[in-house]
Write a protein that binds this ligand. Sequence first.
Ligand code: ZN
Length: 160
Amino acid sequence: MQVASNTVVSIDYTLTDEAGVVLDTSEGAEPLTYVHGVGAIIPGLEAALAGKGSGERVQVTVEPENGYGQRDLALIQTVGRDQFRGAPDIEVGMQFEATGPGGGRIVTVVHIEGDRITLDANHPLAGKTLHFEVEVVGVREATAEELEHRHVHGAGGHEH
Ligand code: ZN
């Protein structure tokens, strides 16, 4: 069976940046399992996996426009330290979940100057060219319920 829309795909993967630094990997963990064709993974990787079969290896370089997008300077804001009442000592690199009308978003502390704290709400991988080494470890038909929920049930997915 080949990877196509409405299949459930399991992959082992290692993601590196242009300098070869490992940003993310499934090594030592369960494979990533997702529903293909519903935008569950970034478009550049989804396109590269289409038509592949179990056991096939794929290497793909994904530019930001097919990955997590370009960095948006409008998503970088400086706020006062008093916004963090009750939070522990703020340090560069800390991440918080901010809630907004569009749902939760991870913001990262990128700069601190006195009581002024600069936050970046861009995805941490925005603006990066990404190199994926992937092995397809499983492909199966999605169930009707999985397609309706747009996520995987059972092994590697939701239990509900
Ligand atoms: Zn579900």
